[in-house]
Design a protein around this ligand. Sequence first.
Ligand code: MTE
Length: 324
Amino acid sequence: MMLYPKNRVKEPPASEITPKETYQAFELNRRQLVGGLAATGAVAGLAAAMPKQARAEVKLQNLVTTQYTVPDRATTPEGKAKSYNNFYEFGEEKDDPARNAHTLVTYPWNVKVEGLVAKPRTFEFGELFHLQPMQQRVYRFRCVEAWSMVIPWDGFPLSELIKVVEPLPTAKFVQFLSLENSKEEILPFGIPWPYSEGLRMDEAMNPLTLLTFGSYGETLANQQGAPVRVIVPWKYGFKSAKSIVKIRFVKHMPPTTWNELAPNEYGFYANVNPYVDHPRWSQAHERLLNSYSLFPQVVPTLMYNGYSDQVASMYAGMDLRKNY
Ligand code: MTE
């Protein structure tokens, strides 16, 4: 499966804005992906040194560790975080994305910011990448089928981008759209293209909401949603759209993939909540995917994934059974 983001526009080359090593590695990766220079020694050396699914990864520099860490759990081994994924554009099984996402072309990559903003703009990836210094945070990342990982995600608060485009007072929600096209019109489980997710404006502005470019100190692997995704650490994993090409500011709650497919199972808010079960399973406990063990540790799930202090006030007075 080859994927071609639609919004290709002519922009200054990334070499003008991205540090040379980063740019070169991206460039190398791009060439590798399109097969252009696969025969040269340099590319062959890189390919030999890295496992197939990790070709896009480049070390991030000058990371700042924030206070938003969760010290009570061990960090998930990197290999696990990059081989157990949901990315339905690349298959249905958890190990499919790591196997198939090498076909994702991440260079060039543009993110169009549009809708109810004073300064709509298309960011070439390098411009977005350099908007702010990268920060590293250890998050508990919990998927809806009751498994969780602790992943150090690297990026900067989405609010920094939002400030640049200046939302209008009428903008109440933010919608994220993932990569758009494929020969296949329908994804597994009948998911339509593109994958769509959304947040309320205050959620999008919360300092925990991360525009994410990397993990474990390296740029994102394709199967993690390279080159840029969001991470919303107090919500179930499906809220965190991968490989984003469009960020749209809107007045009304936007349609979101899982909510459209199964509204009684997946709400718009999707806050981690051990007291509200999914109709088909309990959400009170989670399996820590911290090892390759056949018997993962099971622990009680924390309200808002352990981030109540930072986020609970946004939902004060709301009925969390109705707004699940
Ligand atoms: N984004 C896109 N574009 N496509 C997807 O299939 N899956 C979602 C979310 N973002 C998905 C996506 C789901 S269901 C989960 S649990 C998380 O990505 C998984 O992220 P991870 O693979 O980094 O754990």
